[in-house]
Design a protein around this ligand. Structure first.
Ligand SMILES: [Zn+2]
Ligand SMILES: [Zn+2]
Length: 678
């Protein structure tokens, strides 16, 4: 999600340039955002501007970004009210580096929740009022707004006459714009309801730009990925819970990509760094992290806040802020020792650290874990407490593995699929890897004896991959732990086949994973709030991107209720009140979940989205700022992704935990690394 936010009177935003931009181009974007800030200051009569713009180059930082800056020219678009929502970002095509007016127009959608005023279902409409100088930014064409060079292709700044947002007095008189249809008021009224601190101008907005716009801070982030696992090792984790957490953490070491930086923190009565951020360059680094994980021993109380604080310190200690900074927190208990997690949360958010949280067992503060995840752009995973004890314990591991697929730079979950792995079984599953994938991970994990499951892959062009024949572009993930898999560089697009063979032993619990890293494909499932009251309708939105939002998707999903029962979800991009969908075929699929009246607790929504190359399209919703602007016609690959989202309805019942003892054991001494000196 975009992690931009309003701080005082300025918006701090993250932008991700989706290609390896040369310095000259980065400078052009900086000039565009600097002018957009001045224009915003003018349009809000000196109430809002841009503050710090964090810049991630070369397709890094995409998951946190408020704007994706694309290489080609084209028609930009934005999710409405995307600021602070999961996944949403503005899509700014390359030519907007010369059209700061369009940057502000898209921010109008994204930051303020206003809709277009230049068109509607009944044709063109007007928010121009009595003069031509106070026209609405949501109304007019780029050629009427601030741009560099009169053609918007570079050169000296040309000031446009469109520099305000409309008020009641000059808002569309024939009530047929999208803004009027959706909001029934002028832009300023919508903006003031999004930000109650904004004062709506009396009469028409002040045309002259006020002084004091200031300058933006343009901060280029380190093109680096930092991941810290924060593992609960309090007394209540003893036994199989701890064992499963360690297998899931070891997976992070084994599946890490070259140059990832990975660290592990654990907490009980106090927090401890088991291994500081380690740059993964080869098998020796993976072994070091795995050994540190294996040294973790459970015992003591539950200092969740200190665990988070230490993880933050690890990330900040690594130097200049990085494009991707992720913490994964696993806990089975209620915070009862040391600094409160709530006091760490603002520092995590301010420093751009995205936190994924996992709650296990009946003694969990889901509202807190939800708040930490949502407040930082991450996701809360609630392990269903109605599952059997062994199933819940197995889920600890599989959720840790699943998050490794989604948290990674440009990562996405193609599939995650439970499989019953019986004795002497052979199962075959096909999975689609899309065009443009830079790396795919295929894996199977199982509960039980080691080395009883084997995985063979067949590529779309018939190449067979197993541990006995590993081609050079494939790295096996197989270190004797109960998972096995392959990381495939630049996989051939098309249907891959996974063949899983089981030889005896085990509990039957298994899970398949396929992840794909693709800088063009992203998306998420989100809801406007993460806490609801019993009886509330929960609106759900799904958006998938191939650089910009894609329409024509097949979306299917289900809800898991607090008692473990399930209900189907009906999504539509149909503009229908029954799905809660605002605009037909705009690429946002919507669903209304209305079965919250009986049960309080955590509801989890799981959704699968599929685009086939024939029916997926770029929505018409891209800006048509000048008649005759070319549409975006690049090819959309067939792809599939899975998303999940949890919300808390009412209060989750919390079982009073058993008293944990304050003393905590020493870590097991890690085995000596087998790494040779270099
Ligand atoms: Zn627009
Ligand atoms: Zn208007």
């Amino acid at each position: 999600m975009g992690i931009g936010r309003l701080v005082g009177n300025h918006f701090d935003l993250v932008v991700s340039i989706r290609h390896d931009a040369a310095q000259a181009r980065v400078d052009e974007w900086q000039a565009s955002f600097a002018q957009a800030s001045r224009l915003l200051w003018d349009a809000t009569d000196g109430q809002h501007r841009l503050g710090t713009v964090y810049v991630c180059n070369n397709a890094t930082g995409g998951r946190n970004a408020d704007a994706w800056l694309l290489e080609p020219d084209g028609r930009s678009a934005s999710a409405v009210s995307g600021l602070g929502s999961e996944t949403a970002h503005m899509t700014l095509y390359g030519d907007e580096r010369f059209k700061p007016f369009v940057v502000v127009h898209e921010f109008g959608h994204y930051g303020y929740g206003v809709y277009d005023e230049y068109e509607g279902s009944a044709g063109p409409a007007e928010c121009i009022g009595g003069t031509t100088s106070d026209a609405c930014i949501m109304e007019s064409a780029w050629s009427d707004g601030d741009r560099f060079g009169n053609a918007g292709t570079g050169g000296a700044l040309v000031s446009g006459r469109v520099s305000e947002f409309c008020v009641a007095g000059n808002h569309d008189p024939d009530s047929d714009t999208y803004q009027d249809e959706q909001r029934s008021v002028a832009c300023w009224q919508t903006m003031a309801s999004s930000f109650p601190g904004l004062a709506v101008p009396g009469g028409t907005p002040t045309v002259a730009a006020p002084a004091g716009a200031g300058d933006i801070n343009w901060v280029v982030l380190a093109p680096e990925q930092r991941y810290v696992l924060v593992v609960d090792r309090s007394g209540s984790m003893q036994g199989n819970k701890m064992a499963q957490a360690l297998v899931g953490s070891a997976w992070w070491a084994d599946s890490a990509r070259t140059n990832d930086r990975l660290g592990v923190v654990s907490f009980a009565t106090t927090a401890r760094t088991d291994i500081g951020l380690t740059t993964i360059t080869g098998a020796g680094d993976r072994t070091d992290v795995r050994n540190a994980v294996n040294g973790i021993v459970a015992g003591g109380e539950t200092a969740i806040g200190e665990g988070l604080r230490r993880a933050l310190d690890e990330i900040l200690g690594a130097g200049q802020r990085a494009a991707t900074q992720v913490v994964v927190l696993l806990t089975d208990g209620l915070h009862n020792r040391g600094e409160a997690p709530a006091t760490v949360l603002p520092d995590l958010a301010a420093n751009g650290v995205r936190v994924y949280t996992i709650g296990v067992g009946p003694s969990i503060d889901s509202a807190l874990l939800q708040a930490v995840a949502t407040g930082t752009g991450g996701t809360y995973y609630r392990i269903d407490p109605t599952l059997s004890q062994p199933d819940q314990e197995f889920r600890i591991r599989t959720v840790l593995q699943e998050i490794s697929g989604i948290a990674r730079e440009n990562g996405g979950v193609v599939t995650t699929r439970p499989e019953a792995l019986g004795e002497a079984d052979r199962i075959e599953r096909r999975v689609l890897i899309e065009e443009g994938s830079e790396s795919a991970t295929f894996a199977v994990t199982w509960d039980g004896d080691q080395k009883t499951v084997m995985l063979e892959l067949r590529s779309p062009d018939g190449e067979s991959i197993d541990l006995g024949s590993v081609p050079p572009h494939v790295r096996p993930i197989d270190t004797g732990l109960p998972y096995t898999g392959y990381e495939v560089e630049r996989p051939t697009p098309g249907e891959w086949t996974m063949v899983v063979r089981t030889r005896g032993g085990g509990s039957g619990r298994g899970q398949l994973y396929v992840f794909s890293e693709n800088p063009h494909v992203d998306g998420a499932l989100y809801s406007p709030a993460t806490r609801y009251d019993r009886g509330d309708v929960v609106p759900l939105f799904l958006q998938a991107y191939v650089d910009q939002p894609v329409g024509g998707l097949q979306v299917s999903g289900r809800a898991i209720l607090p008692d473990g029962s399930t209900a189907p979800l009906r999504f539509g991009d149909d503009g229908d009140v029954l799905t809660g969908d605002a605009v037909v075929d705009d690429g946002t699929s919507s669903a209304l979940f209305d079965e919250t009246h009986d049960l309080e607790g955590v509801y989890t929504f799981q959704v699968q989205v599929t685009a086939d190359a024939g029916s997926a399209f770029y929505p018409d919703a891209g800006e048509r700022l000048v008649p005759g602007d070319a549409t975006n016609t690049r090819a959309i690959p067939a792809f599939t992704r899975r998303f999940s989202l949890s919300v808390v309805v009412g209060e989750e019942k919390v079982v009073e935990p058993e008293q944990e003892r304050e003393e905590e054991p020493e870590p097991r001494r890690p085995r000596r690394s087998t790494r040779r000196p270099r």
